[in-house]
Design a protein around this ligand. Structure first.
Ligand code: AMP
Length: 274
């Protein structure tokens, strides 16, 4: 595995690669969720490129940019073991030219609901960095997690709207045995908070059971989910179609159950695709 530190290095390296490239962008502190994306890329592509970059423009003032877990050494070892060919680890300066930069903006409607409502501008930062990374790597396929459902939808829309020549592959959420979705932010949880956080995946599981046994009312399901998460500070429970529009009636195959909740200081998101 080769570690690449600058965009310039990556550009010249890219010119030498003729194989089909699979790309996995991450912010590091890698866990088995990230590894599952890398494995998928490994299966589907001849050359696997991973990036690790804690992207400042997607953090709002007051969010956890400085505290975000950074585990460079461990991440390099994980990538090596997972069969990554090139690991791109640029610094902030090399990725952002300055304040007066050309950029892309998330769409006004879908970019500013749910996560975008709670974190206005977050998806502008996400799309901006993903655009830069895709332009640098020019992969055949790029792999993203369904865990970040709205991010995935917006990246798919950017690729469509801007005629970008890449296939976006969506990958299943990897969970702990007890159901908690893996997240780099789980390290913030105390043992007690870790237990409380289980209410998130439990409410999703109960909702799925209700749907499987015939419930179609989004309102009833939402009520049950809020009740299950009584002990958490829930930011939103949303029941939408795959385009993230709110729905009143569940349509299997086109429904998302989405949650954002705070457990102590930690903000967690999770979802089920129904
Ligand atoms: P992050 O490092 O949090 O920016 O995540 C990098 C990529 O890994 C994104 O496409 C995420 O959706 C994906 N990801 C994060 N957590 C999981 C998980 N538990 N299972 C599968 N993919 C995940």
């Amino acid at each position: 595995m080769t570690v690449v530190k600058t965009p310039e290095e990556l550009v010249s390296l890219r010119k030498t690669i003729t194989q089909k490239i699979g790309f996995v962008p991450t912010m590091g502190a890698l866990h088995p969720g990230h590894v599952s994306l890398i494995s998928r890329a490994r299966q589907e592509c001849e050359c696997v490129i991973v990036s690790i970059f804690v992207n400042p423009t997607q953090f709002l003032p007051g969010e956890d940019l400085d505290a975000y877990p950074r585990k460079e050494k461990a991440d390099i070892a994980i990538c090596e073991k997972a069969g990554v060919d090139y690991l791109f680890m640029p610094n902030i300066q090399s990725m952002y030219g300055g304040k007066d930069e050309v950029s892309v903006l998330a769409p006004g409607l879908s970019g500013y609901i749910l996560e975008g409502n709670r974190r206005p501008g977050h998806f502008d930062g996400v799309l901006r960095i993903v655009m830069k990374l895709l332009n640098l790597v020019q992969p055949e396929k790029a792999f993203f997690g369904k865990k970040d459902a709205q991010q995935l939808a917006l990246i798919q829309q950017m690729v469509r709207d801007l005629f970008m020549n890449v296939e976006i592959v969506s990958c299943e959420t990897i969970r702990e045995k007890d159901g908690l979705a893996l997240s780099s932010r789980n390290v913030y949880l105390s043992p007690e908070e870790r237990k409380k956080a289980l209410a998130i995946s439990q409410s999703l599981g109960k909702a799925r059971n209700m749907i499987m046994t015939g419930e179609t009312s989004a309102e009833k399901i939402q009520e049950m989910m809020l009740e299950t998460m009584q002990e958490l500070e829930v930011e939103y429970v949303a029941i939408t179609d795959r385009k993230l529009h709110s729905i009143r009636t569940i349509v299997p195959g086109d429904t998302l159950l989405l949650i954002a909740a705070r457990v102590g200081q930690t903000r967690l998101i999770d979802n089920f695709w129904i």
